[in-house]
Design a protein around this ligand. Structure first.
Ligand code: IFM
Length: 471
């Protein structure tokens, strides 16, 4: 086990999922405010109106972060809180909230990592065509400028967008995230093209206008395939380990690599469709071939805008599919055996996702990595004695961290790890059904309770990952 000496230990959240204060102090409506009011869209009609009331309790929450010993906190800015119509008018009270949060963090010795867009999109801009409208590139640029001009004397670490795969897939394709569109494949690719351009323009603005030298990245879903091996299936500590012949075959590794780095279907569950243009300056050939006539028109200069150097690449990793090589070497997905561990959302536990994901993406893009999200959804509650015994979260996290450490020892430049999430929060269309937090939130009283995992994580941080034992 081991991590670099300056490893960044953090936790992450996003604005709509924790803030509440949905119409407080001049905030404009976001597409999620609208969707939550549409019947049948969200589990039991839950909304983010109050969420964890982080808007009203940010100072208290920073105190809890300090108690855990976090070195860094990743949060996102609510675009409509800062610019109620998305462009033009600036809501000073909204900006002041984030200024106070940053000041509190710095005073507590916690480094802020700011995500500009984690799906909290102004309703007013949705009504003007959202990412389908080429003007959306300029809207995001303007919003970036407003935030950077106010916070960049104190914030150095920036992420432009979070998981475009999700806010474009379920939102514009499958219709269960807002705005609930079912666009054609060609339209979705156009929205993705504009999103990539908005990312590139935002990077340019941050670099040109930040007051303190910035470090700029983004956070993508790592759609990871891992090679089949006995150690992937066997969770018994006395079972096969890599050291005891439980490692994968070379052809399975190659199959997993190719599938992780390919475009195979007309959906957005891909790494390369987004990362190749941004980091290599071109759309991947397999995708261009597959998408054919649906391809967006790439105008002169578009790719130059998209292709901006990044200081880091953020991966959000929770699970993976397991693959093995077929007779011709092509990868095929192998199902999980009965009883394989799952989280409350029924996502399978595959700790090797952090090893292979980090390795495959680093080898292709040669950009320092952060794990910008990784965590476990459970059905935790406060026991009669006041403790939250979320041992499955601890076990999940230590297994994933062990694999991340292995990636680092094998030469991957991993800079930090942000646990998802700091607080129990609004899990999009699932509402408050499952809990991802290190800190339990009672959504009736809004009382916070540090879970056993938070106490364990505090120990991990203070030992810089050298000790992951429980209790
Ligand atoms: O809660 C989400 C987050 O908003 C984006 N990444 C995945 C998390 C868990 O589903």
């Amino acid at each position: 086990m081991g991590f670099p000496s300056n490893f960044v230990w953090g936790a992450a959240t996003s604005s709509y999922q924790i803030e509440g204060g949905w119409n407080a102090d001049g905030k404009g409506p976001s597409v999620w405010d609208t969707l939550c009011r549409r019947e049948g869209m969200i589990y039991q009609g839950h909304t983010g109106d109050v969420a964890a009331d982080h808007y009203g309790r940010a100072a208290h929450d920073v105190g809890l972060m300090k108690q855990i010993g976090l070195k860094a906190y990743r949060f996102s800015i609510s675009w409509p809180r800062v610019m109620p119509e998305g462009v033009g008018r600036v809501n000073e009270a909204g900006l002041a909230f984030y200024e106070r949060l940053v000041d509190e963090l710095l005073a507590a010795g916690i480094t802020p990592y700011v995500t500009l867009f984690h799906w909290d999109y102004p309703q007013a801009l949705h009504e003007r065509g959202s990412w389908l409208n080429r003007e959306s590139v300029g809207w995001f640029e303007e919003y970036t400028r407003v935030v950077v001009s106010r916070l960049s004397d104190r914030v150095r670490h920036w992420m432009t967008i979070n998981e475009p795969q999700i806010f474009l897939g379920p939102s514009e394709g499958e219709g269960f995230h807002p705005p609930g569109n079912r666009l054609s494949h060609g339209e979705r690719l156009l929205a993705a093209h504009h999103t990539l351009m908005a990312h590139g323009r935002s990077v340019q603005v941050i670099r040109a206008e930040a007051k303190a030298r910035p470090s700029v990245g983004w956070a993508l879903v790592g759609r990871i395939k891992v090679p089949a091996s006995p150690s992937v299936w066997n969770f018994d500590p006395s079972g096969p380990t890599l050291e005891h012949g439980g490692g994968p075959r070379a052809e399975d590794i190659e199959a997993a690599r190719r599938l992780t780095l390919s475009v195979k279907a007309k959906d957005f569950w891909t790494n390369t469709w987004f990362a190749d243009p941004a980091l290599l300056g071109r759309y991947p050939e397999d995708g261009v071939r597959l998408y054919g006539a649906d391809m967006p028109r790439v105008r002169p200069g578009d790719m130059e805008t998209i292709h901006q150097p990044l200081d880091f690449y953020g991966i959000n990793v929770y699970d993976a599919e397991v693959v093995e090589a077929g007779p011709g070497g092509e990868g095929r997905v192998v199902g999980f055996p009965p009883g394989h561990p799952q989280n409350a959302l029924r996502w399978f536990l595959v700790p090797q996702a952090l090893y292979w994901g980090a390795k495959f993406l680093y080898e292709r893009y040669r950009t320092p990595l952060y794990v910008t999200e990784n965590g476990f959804s459970g059905l935790d509650w406060v026991d009669a004695d006041g403790k939250v015994r979320d041992y499955a979260r601890i076990d999940y996290t230590r297994r994933y961290l062990a694999e991340l450490s292995r990636a680092w020892r094998d030469g991957v430049d991993v800079r930090g790890y942000f646990h998802w999430s700091l607080l129990d929060n609004f899990e999009w269309q699932q509402g408050y059904k499952e809990r991802f937090g290190l800190i339990h939130v009672d959504f009736t009283t809004l009382k916070r309770t540090l879970k056993e995992s938070a106490k364990w994580y505090a120990g991990v941080i203070s030992a810089n990952g050298a000790d992951m034992s429980v209790g």
